[in-house]
Design a binder for this molecule. Sequence first.
Ligand SMILES: NC(=O)c1ccc[n+]([C@@H]2O[C@H](COP(=O)([O-])OP(=O)(O)OC[C@H]3O[C@@H](n4cnc5c(N)ncnc54)[C@H](OP(=O)(O)O)[C@@H]3O)[C@@H](O)[C@H]2O)c1
Length: 249
Amino acid sequence: MSLEGRIALVTGASSGLGAHFARALAQEGAAVAICARRGERLISLADELRSAGARAIAVAMDVADEAAIPAAFDAAERALGPIDTLINNAGMNAEGAALDLSASDFDRVLAVNLRGPFLCAREAARRMIARGEAAGRIVNIASIGALKPLPGLAAYCASKAGLVMLTKALAREWANKGVNVNALCPGYVETELNADFLATPAGDRLIASFPRRRLMCASDLDAMLLYLAGRESGAVTGGVFAIDDGQLL
Ligand SMILES: NC(=O)c1ccc[n+]([C@@H]2O[C@H](COP(=O)([O-])OP(=O)(O)OC[C@H]3O[C@@H](n4cnc5c(N)ncnc54)[C@H](OP(=O)(O)O)[C@@H]3O)[C@@H](O)[C@H]2O)c1
């Protein structure tokens, strides 16, 4: 699955899965714009990717800030050319019992995990459709939490379930406009998002409840991510793909 000639923008690329996805896309030949709020981390990842021969640019962007999004796409396109692939990966959670969840924490999770991907997808699709892109790809990184409640993550699961339905709604609307929209639902991979929780006895119990009693690796997601980002997935839109090592079973 060569991504030679493709130009991708990855949100939430300053750590965890987003940084991993940026490396995987670049390794297959895509140019990558890596976005997040922590600019220092992005600059060092962009340097690493360029040293490995890729075209890469670091762009600061807060997905909760509507005005920042077109500005970030402008900066990415000035440096790399027209974006044909968006990986909507930025995300956060708010752990704890729903009984104790504040309205502001709930709003924040929805703003980053659902409104942010909508704003980025709208910006990407406006640009792709305006220039007649034939192979536009938007990959929304949802979660198994979109499909099953995860302990202590009510707002997170609601946001990811919303992202799955948003994926289908956008896929339907843009089906004849050259833009495919799909959702990837990973199982648990240890990252900064969940490392503290996974180190607790509750984390041990969760892992013990999985059929294979283990976490996944980020690289387990590569084949599906690269397929959905590439030209080969032309007939795939509105799909929801759980890659979870059986964690939903
Ligand atoms: N790890 C898992 O087990 C797992 C499983 C299923 C789904 N996911 C999903 O995978 C995605 C990546 O998570 P991760 O596990 O890699 O967590 P992570 O290491 O904490 O990474 C989250 C990324 O999102 C960025 N981000 C957070 N708020 C942002 C904002 N307002 N604007 C722009 N970027 C923002 C962070 O960058 P800055 O702080 O620098 O902005 C960071 O790069 C998330 O959507 C998560 O829900 C993860």
